[in-house]
Structures are given as structure tokens and as C-alpha cells.
Design a protein around this ligand. Structure first.
Ligand SMILES: NC(=O)c1ccc[n+]([C@@H]2O[C@H](COP(=O)([O-])OP(=O)(O)OC[C@H]3O[C@@H](n4cnc5c(N)ncnc54)[C@H](OP(=O)(O)O)[C@@H]3O)[C@@H](O)[C@H]2O)c1
Length: 197
């Protein structure tokens, strides 16, 4: 459709296209080597966009949440209210991203009227493990729940996940002059909206 109408496609992809076995922030030039089916299908989607179009922006993001729908923040708030104790994986590290911040970034790209097409990384600033993220959710919301850090091996899931998927955002910040909020500041904004609803 975009090709037919000459429109620009804005496509959302993921940090899970990376293997995530090195503790160095990932740039757009790093080789994508997904380790699970979700990452593989998202990478195939990225390639299909590149093969089909010249006018596209692929934005890879990570650990997306908002006051809408189901996501880690909503799940933790629910579990934290129901349980006395929660075990959270502490050896997977990435960056939470507030969907409202990403939406603002997408609008900024659209209204920039620029043609710097290509693949970009976008998440909030900073670094966290799922344990850090959960602790912050409980601290900010005032939820009293004992939180225990565990290893990935103690929380078996059917899909393997990258251990380190922090993304380098230099390219998008330079290209569109974008200021990215720190993840904890955006989490405070989101939780205040959840509390109001
Ligand atoms: N969640 C994360 O942590 C994360 C991290 C990195 C990247 N991403 C990427 O971010 C994007 C959104 O992820 P998400 O977690 O927000 O997913 P989600 O909660 O499953 O939401 C997907 C949204 O897409 C809509 N949708 C699905 N199929 C559609 C179709 N055929 N036509 C129109 N709308 C359709 C759904 O509509 P309904 O509500 O009507 O079903 C829903 O609103 C995805 O591309 C994902 O790969 C997510």
C-alpha cells in the first residue's frame, strides 16, 4: 500500500532481533542474530520492509509499556497487590520504554519532514534489569511487596531471551534532534496516569 501510494512506512521492531550476549549498547550497525522465534519473525519483517520500500523508518524499541493494554507495569501492579512476595529475573538487562515517549518521537519524525529513512533504535534512557524495573514500579506506586532477584535459569520459559539488550540511541537523537526521557521519570508519569484512571 505504501509503495502504491508513495507513502512513508513507520515500522516497529524490537531489541529482540539481537543475540544480546555482550554488555555493550547495541547500535544499528550491529549484526542482528535473533535467538527466539519472535525475534526471527521481527527481523524477517524488517527485511521485507527494506526489500519493498525506500521510504521507511524502522524503529527498534524495547520493554514497551503504557497505561493501556497489558504490559509488565500493569502485570506487576496487579501481582504486587495480590501477593506477599515476588521473584523477578535480575540477570536480563535492557531499557524500559514508555509508549507515549515513543509516540512523541514518531510524531517528531513525521513533522520533521526529513527523508533520513532507515533503521533506528529508540528506547528510554538508562539501563535496568527486570528486577530493577519491578522494584521501581513498586517504589513509585507505594506497593508493599517483598521482591526477590532470581536468575533466568530459576524462571524457565519456553522462549530464550537476550541477556543484554540495551540499545544505543545516538543515531536517532542526532538525526531528529530528539531528547529522550530517563526510564524512571517516564515510569512515574505512567503510574500517575494509571492511578488517575
Ligand atoms: N511489548 C514490548 O515489550 C515490545 C518490545 C519491543 C518491540 N515491540 C513491538 O512493538 C509493537 C507493539 O507491541 P505490543 O507489545 O504493544 O503489542 P500488542 O500489545 O500485542 O499490541 C498490538 C496492537 O496491534 C494491533 N494489531 C495486531 N494485529 C493487527 C492487524 N492485523 N491490524 C491492525 N491492528 C493490529 C492490536 O490490535 P487489538 O488490540 O485490536 O488486538 C494491538 O493494538 C510490535 O511491533 C512489537 O513487536 C514490543
Amino acid at each position: 500500500m505504501c509503495k502504491q501510494y508513495g507513502s512513508t512506512l513507520i515500522h516497529t521492531s524490537t531489541d529482540f532481533v539481537f543475540k544480546g550476549d555482550k554488555p555493550v549498547p547495541l547500535t544499528e550497525d550491529d549484526i542482528a542474530e535473533p535467538i527466539n522465534v519472535y525475534g526471527l519473525t521481527k527481523l524477517e519483517g524488517e527485511k521485507a520492509v527494506i526489500e519493498s520500500l525506500e521510504k521507511y523508518y524502522t524503529l527498534r524499541t524495547s520493554w514497551l509499556y503504557s497505561e493501556y493494554g497489558n504490559n509488565f507495569v500493569k502485570t506487576m501492579l496487579k501481582l504486587g497487590a495480590e501477593r506477599d512476595e515476588l521473584k523477578i529475573v535480575a540477570d536480563q538487562v535492557g531499557t524500559p520504554t514508555y509508549a507515549m515517549d515513543m509516540a512523541a518521537c514518531i510524531l517528531q519524525i513525521i513533522f520533521s519532514n526529513m527523508t533520513a529513512y532507515g533503521t533506528y533504535h529508540y528506547s528510554n534512557e538508562g539501563v535496568a534489569s527486570w528486577y530493577d524495573f519491578a522494584k521501581a514500579i513498586f517504589d513509585i506506586s507505594g506497593t508493599k511487596v517483598k521482591t526477590l532477584p532470581i536468575k533466568t535459569s530459576e524462571y524457565p520459559t519456553r522462549a530464550v531471551r537476550p541477556a543484554y539488550s540495551v540499545m544505543d540511541k545516538t543515531k536517532i537523537k542526532r538525526a531528529f534532534n530528539i531528547e529522550i526521557p530517563y526510564w524512571r521519570d517516564s515510569l512515574i508519569t505512567c503510574i500517575s496516569k494509571i492511578n488517575l484512571s
